[in-house]
Design a protein. Structure first.
Length: 285
């Protein structure tokens, strides 16, 4: 029922599904030009919660990153009030990485225990919804083994632990999107901060400790010269799903990954080992 409501919401908002392509013949990875991508002040006018990411930031990118921006709008539409933020792996019911029943090609990845979310769950939901948009016509190629590796929940409804299969790598401490996309599934490639474009995935390492899993929307410099990053994710300060503008002064390092080979969903090795000891990149804007 939650999934049906989501689909109806998206239909009402008028989002057209991305035409499925044959990724074996046509690579639609977004390209960079070696220059910093700076947002305009008008790009910030939508506020914190909206479903205009594809319209606002899509004009700056093509290919798979545009699908990622459309996927943000799909996920945000499930909780226009943010949905709430909650982390508590030992709670009953357990924490819910994302607050709706997420599925890949209609096949369940999680029966959401709560309507709340947290950062890595929200970014993973965008990743999955982007795959739904890009690869829908090839859904029959996904076998049960790889589907199981993409799940966010054990078959009995229990929590899938960090480091276990794809979601476990995405959700792990550190640069989880790198562990998942660049190493485990090889669906993505690392990009440096100067090459970042709207729709790239990244993990932030804060100067104050801990980290954050987000989808990049752009760099911004205000009238006084202060530098910021705009991203979309779920965070306590915004009560869940929302855009957030943060000062670069608070960021220690980042690791950014771009979706470049979604077709590897159908052929990644589920036994691939992941190196978690990788350094972050300084922004240097």
């Amino acid at each position: 029922m939650k999934r049906l409501i989501t689909i109806l919401l998206i239909g009402a908002l008028g989002f057209a599904q991305v035409d499925s392509i044959n990724p074996e013949k046509k690579n639609l990875a977004t390209q960079s030009d070696g220059k910093w991508f700076l947002l305009k002040k008008s790009d910030l006018e939508n506020g914190a919660r909206h479903t205009k990411h594809a319209m606002t930031f899509g004009k700056y990118v093509t290919g798979y990153n545009l699908s990622v921006l459309k996927a943000i709008d799909i996920v945000q539409a499930t909780a226009m009030d943010g949905g709430g933020y909650f982390v508590g792996k030992d709670s009953i019911p357990t924490e819910s990485p994302i607050g709706y029943d997420l599925a890949l090609f209609g096949r369940p990845l999680i029966d959401a225990p709560r309507t709340t979310s947290y950062c890595s769950g929200s970014s993973y939901a965008v990743f999955i919804e982007a795959l739904n948009l890009i690869l829908s016509k090839q859904s029959g190629k996904l076998d049960d083994v790889r589907l199981e590796a993409m799940r966010m929940q054990e078959p009995n409804g229990g929590r899938r632990e960090d480091g276990v299969k794809n979601w476990g790598h995405w959700n792990a401490d550190g640069f989880g999107t790198h562990f998942s996309m660049a190493q485990y599934t090889k669906m993505g490639e690392v990009v440096l901060p100067i090459d970042a474009r709207p729709g790239d995935f990244l993990n932030i390492s804060w100067k104050g400790g801990l980290g954050h899993s987000v989808v990049f929307l752009g760099w911004y410099i205000d009238e006084s010269g202060k530098k910021f990053m705009l991203y979309w994710s779920s965070q306590k300060s915004t009560n869940g799903l929302s855009d957030q503008l943060v000062s670069l002064e608070d960021i220690k390092s980042v690791k950014m990954v771009r979706l470049t080979h979604p077709e590897n969903l159908f052929r990644f090795d589920v036994n691939t080992k992941v190196d978690t000891e990788i350094p972050g990149d300084e922004i240097g804007l």
